[in-house]
Write a protein that binds this ligand. Structure first.
Ligand code: BYC
Length: 313
């Protein structure tokens, strides 16, 4: 080990944060860019399924709340892109990788939102799963990522509660509304479990990411936390659990659960989910429409800098 590597590992072991100007192994930097940019893309692509319901929200209050939640997701994407840029890669490169399909985003956003119940299920289950993961990532070893997570988690808890409250209203409503809530739970439960990634034994990046403390808990451990916390929440809603094999295991102190359909997971992350093409095409169209805004800002900044240079001279 070189002295630089030794110093890096000493910091990791002492739970000190690695900061942008610190020396870091190239593989650590690359792994972080991969994970953080995919996280940023997930936030931004995640605006689409919920955005689909802004114009059809059932009341003015629900519309206002959904609108601000979707705006929050855009903000999360921006924090995460900025944090990723501290690793020496530009926003344009990150977005090009998303649009070419080279970079992934969370599989969950390739499922359609068919009913209003789905908006509640996303807030409750998808943001709920995201929080379990992100609370753990608050202790990640890279300073800018860790600080971004602390801020994002605060907003995400509010998102989770608004989703649960929307679904509770349906579950305690008419038989048709209760059925809508059950149907959303049935469709979003398994994809929410897939958000935690493959089993630890199949996870390509986990071992190194755990060693470097990029990840602080494994995919399976985080998934188990989510499974455990969701059981009583389903009971309060008065809905049926979508997993018929769910059973408390006294010895483990956890719920045993049925197996995820991994063929479906791999099909979705490899680009063949219900909405993969639609999501990326929509992103490309929106990005193209915004070209004039980016051009205007660049021209303005150039003008401002030229003026500053003139004043100095
Ligand atoms: N979906 O070795 P593994 C939100 C990929 S959004 C797609 O275990 P890793 C919200 C993985 O990337 C919150 N791909 O990977 C927004 C890798 O492929 P590559 C999003 C997945 O990185 C709007 C390969 O499979 N949260 O809150 O160690 C509205 C092997 O996997 C998935 C984050 O992004 C998946 N589910 O662990 C509402 C959290 N799972 O890169 C809500 C940050 C795995 O080699 N990310 N893959 O091509 C992480 O914590 C980790 O990256 C993961 C995967 C746990 C997701």
């Amino acid at each position: 080990m070189t002295s630089q590597e030794e110093n890096f590992m000493r910091k990791i072991e002492a739970d000190e944060k690695i900061e942008p100007k610190d020396w870091m192994p190239e593989a650590y930097r690359k792994n972080l860019i991969r994970q953080m940019s995919q996280h940023a893309h997930s936030e931004v692509i995640g605006m689409q399924p919920e955005g689909n319901w802004i114009t059809r929200a059932p009341s003015l209050r629900r519309k206002a709340v959904l609108l601000s939640k979707v705006q929050d997701e855009a903000g999360h994407g921006l924090y995460l892109y900025s944090a990723t840029e501290t690793l020496g890669i530009s926003r344009a490169e990150l977005i090009a990788a998303l649009q070419s399909g080279e970079a992934k985003y969370a599989s969950i956003f390739n499922y359609p939102t068919l009913t209003w119940g789905d908006v509640g299920a996303i807030g409750w289950l998808v943001d709920g799963a995201a929080i379990v993961n992100q609370v753990s990532l608050q202790r990640t070893s890279y300073g800018p990522y860790s600080r971004g997570m602390i801020r994002i988690c605060k907003e995400e808890s509010f998102h989770q509660r608004q989703g649960y409250e929307a679904l509770l209203a349906l579950a305690k409503g008419s038989p048709e509304q209760k059925q809508m809530a059950q149907d959303s739970l049935n469709r979003f439960y398994w994809p929410a479990l897939m958000m935690f990634g493959p089993h630890d034994s199949e996870s390509a990046h986990s071992a190194k990411s755990m060693e470097w403390k990029i990840k602080r808990e494994t995919n399976d451990d985080l998934r188990q936390k989510f499974i455990d916390q969701t059981v009583p929440q389903i009971e309060v809603l008065g809905l049926e659990h979508p997993d018929k094999e769910i059973k408390w295991n006294e010895e483990r102190g956890h719920y045993d659960a049925g197996e995820i359909d991994w063929d479906e997971f791999y099909s979705v992350i490899n680009g063949n989910g219900h909405c993969n093409r639609q999501r990326v095409e929509h992103h490309i169209a929106a990005h193209d429409e915004g070209t004039w805004v980016r051009d205007a800002i660049t021209a303005y900044n150039e003008k401002k800098n030229a003026k500053k240079a003139q004043n100095v001279a």
